[in-house]
Ligand binder design. Sequence first.
Ligand code: SAM
Length: 254
Amino acid sequence: MWDPSKYLAFADHRSRPFFDLVGRITAEAPRRVVDLGCGPGNLTETLALRWPSATVEASDSSPEMVAAARQRGIDATVADVRDWQPSPDTDVVVSNAVLQWVPGHEELLASWVPRLPPGAWLAFQVPGNFGAPSHVRVRALAATPRWRDRLESVVLREDDAVLDPEGYASLLSDAGCAVDAWETTYVQRLTGDDPVLEWVTGTALRPIRTALSDEDWAEFRSELAPVLRTEYPRRADGTTWFPFRRVFVVARVP
Ligand SMILES: C[S@@+](CC[C@H](N)C(=O)[O-])C[C@H]1O[C@@H](n2cnc3c(N)ncnc32)[C@H](O)[C@@H]1O
């Protein structure tokens, strides 16, 4: 289950990659702008503001996220990105920090290209931090005898990870698109107690939270907290650096 308030706790850090992504889309008057995996809708709102004449279509597989988006006035619907079909007037597709949850998303991306109109934009960003200590340590803890039986199947495995920018660039240029792909590591400055634990609780730990009872979840977190504190030490001024790599792709249908 996604918790919109937990997710929005780091809204500033989480929204910057979105703006870096959509800043590379130069569509002037798109007819339909689609936000796949719109989350709580705070960023979808900015698409509507940027392209006021466009029909904005938003969807997310989480009913809680869709409810939060609807509260903001976004006409979002509950749907899985794997079932999405582009309407013929879809000029811009954005999917920010979603496709890492979708195994096989490479095929999905390639399948959309021939169904989008000429000149359409397909822009997405995925975290590229599966090899970062924050993820490696979670997987290692989940694989210990104490947790393995319940968590093995819910933890994202390395082979579920995303491609490098070159991988997506090749995929989409082979599908006929002009592609702009890059990566950025944001050196995020977090504050508060156990901020990295709080960060991953809102995203990567979500399937683990769902799989455990309240009691076991508290125990899992208490085992993980000191590990993350060691990997991401608190500095003398009370802040913590949390480097975060992200992969960006903006493709243009010919
Ligand atoms: C990290 S949040 C990103 C939300 C929003 N795009 C943003 O940038 O703030 C990931 C979102 O992907 C959604 N999601 C995960 N798997 C999905 C799927 N298969 N289909 C649609 N949405 C999905 C989640 O429900 C969640 O809202």
